[in-house]
Design a protein around this ligand. Structure first.
Ligand code: FAD
Length: 352
């Protein structure tokens, strides 16, 4: 999807899909292509003469060509040198007439890419963060039970014990919420979709909307807290925590920072959540949304978040830059973190 001039701005895609019989030929450049070694890619492009994005499946090799190492009309310009996820090759690709098969409705490529491809990978980022934090918690606990400083185990100091407790709580909250969201994903029919249709029963629409927003909230909150938790766990080890040959934590720390940026960076998703809530307000009120997502949380918590959300939706969070909009933006950012934390706490309480 990503091209150099646009990034998050997918409507700014320039890559052209030129009709060739039933199929298309792609011409142009993609600036971030992960799993550059894959046999198939999902690629967004504009069909000649259209200003809207469509989606295509592009095989890396046409039948019989893989053995000959003859690519399907594209070149990998370079493999990027990046901070994390280093075992996954991310390349820049130049398409010079690659054969492409259209998928999904023509000109609805953004809905297909966001509602199906990105939604799934954002969900998986949340699950990955739970795994990262559980590992950080286990390793920090084990190390602090093994290493002695000034005659006592690291974990026997209240300053260390408090940090271990914080790391463990974050790991457990994140994991409980990841499973709760995944459970909703499994229970819904067609949870990955290019949009929520108005002909569906209202309760199903609300559940699909809850899933969509929870996946976005989890993506930004679990990656943000994940980076803090990994840094905290590294600090329990101190020097050994930053030694690549001794600990996996530096690698996981770098991976979590990448997870925060790809598949939609924080501010883009904060904007998306805000717009979504405004868009559905005629059939799903903010109060109804908060009480549905925080089902099982204390009544007072639900009331507070509900009042705060109603207020924020009236404020200039997405307006032009001013004192008032900066203040509203800060509060919106904090609201999303706290609201998702309340969801995580309710998920953890259910298990406990
Ligand atoms: C390692 C790695 C692998 C990747 N692999 C792929 C891949 O396989 N396929 C693919 O398509 N992409 C891939 N990406 C690209 C990634 O998804 C983009 O980096 C991301 O979508 C953001 O685009 P950008 O980097 O151009 O940032 P920009 O879109 O230029 O964003 C810059 C800043 O503007 C903010 N911003 C953007 N839009 C808004 C808005 N509407 N409101 C407020 N703020 C906004 C962002 O939050 C950010 O802070 C990969 C990225 C990385 C780091």
């Amino acid at each position: 999807m990503t091209e150099i001039q646009g990034g998050s701005d997918l409507p700014a895609n320039l890559l052209e899909a030129v009709p060739d019989g039933k199929y298309y030929r792609l011409y142009g450049n993609k600036f971030f292509c992960s799993a550059a070694h894959a046999d198939y890619s999902v690629v967004t492009a504009k069909i000649s003469g259209s200003n809207k994005v469509s989606t295509f499946i592009v095989p890396s090799w046409l039948p019989g060509d893989k053995e000959k190492e003859k690519r399907n009309g594209y070149e990998i310009n370079r493999i990027k040198w990046k901070l994390g996820t280093c075992e996954l090759p991310t390349g820049e690709i130049q398409y010079n007439g690659a054969l492409a098969y259209p998928i999904g409705p023509k000109d609805k490529g953004i809905a297909v890419a966001v509602g199906i491809v990105l939604a799934l990978s954002r969900l998986e980022i949340g699950i990955a963060c739970a795994g990262f934090m559980l590992r950080a918690s286990r390793e920090a606990n084990l190390y602090s039970d093994f290493r002695t400083v000034f005659g006592k185990k690291v974990k026997e100091y209240p300053l260390a014990a408090s940090k271990l407790k914080r790391i463990e709580n974050a790991a457990q909250r994140t994991t409980a919420a990841a499973f709760k969201i995944y459970d909703l994903f499994l229970r819904l029919e067609k949870p990955l979709n290019p949009g929520i249709h108005s002909d569906q029963p209202i309760e199903i629409r609300k559940q699909l909307f809850n899933l969509r927003e929870l996946v976005l909230l989890q993506k930004i909150c679990a990656t943000n807290e994940g980076a803090e938790i990994l840094r905290e766990a590294i600090s329990v080890f101190a020097g050994h925590g930053v030694m690549e040959e001794f600990s996996s934590l530096p690698r996981i720390f770098r991976d979590v920072v990448v997870n925060e940026q790809w598949e939609g960076p924080r501010n883009l998703l904060l904007t998306q959540i805000y717009r979504d809530l405004q868009r559905v307000s005629d059939w799903y009120s903010p109060e109804d949304f908060v009480s549905s997502v925080l089902k099982g949380a204390p009544k007072e918590t639900v009331r507070q978040f509900s009042t705060e959300l109603q207020d924020l939706l009236q404020r200039p969070v997405l307006g032009e830059v001013s004192e008032a909009s900066i203040e509203a933006a800060v509060e919106w950012d904090q609201f999303c973190d706290q609201f998702f934390k309340a969801y995580q706490e309710a998920a953890l309480a259910e298990i406990e």
